[in-house]
Design a protein around this ligand. Structure first.
Ligand SMILES: C[S@@+](CC[C@H](N)C(=O)[O-])C[C@H]1O[C@@H](n2cnc3c(N)ncnc32)[C@H](O)[C@@H]1O
Length: 220
């Protein structure tokens, strides 16, 4: 399994989820059971190491209240708590949240099973992280705009995901379905009302996979 992205092998471009949840019009990745199946599969190995692209940026911030959107097994939530942040972490896969909790619970992390599109944190937050949350792009953009509204003035929003441009400039790494791959320009629309610290493509060391980074903050 890819050491950065726990679900790098998403390849499907079918809209048939093939499980119990009603999902005829949904992309498979929008279905919690799709993710539950992945986290339950015999080959699943939780990725423990937080993304350096997050840790290097967050290390310069003063700890406060953070959100980990689509936290998966909780690698970023745990790292944030170790750095002194109070974390609200949400994922709609109950299996992922159970796995995250199995790494240990602390009063500094509150895990919730919830769809990020219908969830909001308690109180204002100083940092929102979202790693490899690949939603249909319009939904991702709407979510990032909303997440920006949760931020206190000067608060940061950092998103890393697979980039649409990987389809043309990568060599087959990551998901291949443009529907769930934001382009740089689309992420720029999400950040239109923020102070943008970084909006960039990041080509992984394997040379096959192109990610996209958005690091922005609420104007103080
Ligand atoms: C590739 S994993 C990344 C997990 C984690 N962010 C990390 O970097 O280790 C994508 C995660 O997004 C979650 N997810 C996808 N769509 C979601 C949604 N609408 N609401 C909540 N979680 C979602 C999945 O359950 C899965 O855990």
């Amino acid at each position: 399994m890819d050491s950065q992205d726990p679900e790098a092998s998403i390849r499907s471009n079918t809209k048939t989820a093939g499980n119990a949840q009603s999902s005829a019009a949904l992309h498979p990745v929008e279905n919690a059971n799709y993710w539950n199946d992945r986290y339950s599969s015999p080959g699943h190995v939780p990725v423990l190491t937080p993304l350096p692209i997050f840790t290097s940026r967050v290390a310069t911030l003063r700890p406060g209240n953070a959100v980990d959107l689509a936290c998966g097994s909780g690698r970023h939530a745990r790292w944030l708590a170790q750095q002194g942040w109070k974390v609200q972490a949400c994922d709609f896969s109950s299996v992922a949240i159970a796995e995250a909790r199995a790494f240990g619970t602390t009063e500094d992390i509150r895990y919730e099973v919830a769809d990020v599109r219908q969830w909001s944190p308690v109180g204002g937050v100083d940092l929102v992280l979202a790693g490899y949350l690949q939603l249909p792009v319009a939904e991702l953009v709407a979510l990032l705009v909303e997440a920006g509204e949760w931020l206190t003035p000067g608060g940061r929003l950092i998103y890393v995901g697979h980039a649409r441009e990987g389809l043309t400039h990568g060599r087959g790494g990551g998901p291949q379905d443009p529907e769930i791959l934001p382009s740089l320009a689309e992420l720029a629309t999400a950040a239109a009302d923020f102070k943008v610290n970084a909006l960039a493509h990041v080509v992984r060391a394997d040379g096959r996979t192109v990610d996209v980074l958005l690091d922005c903050e609420r104007w103080a």
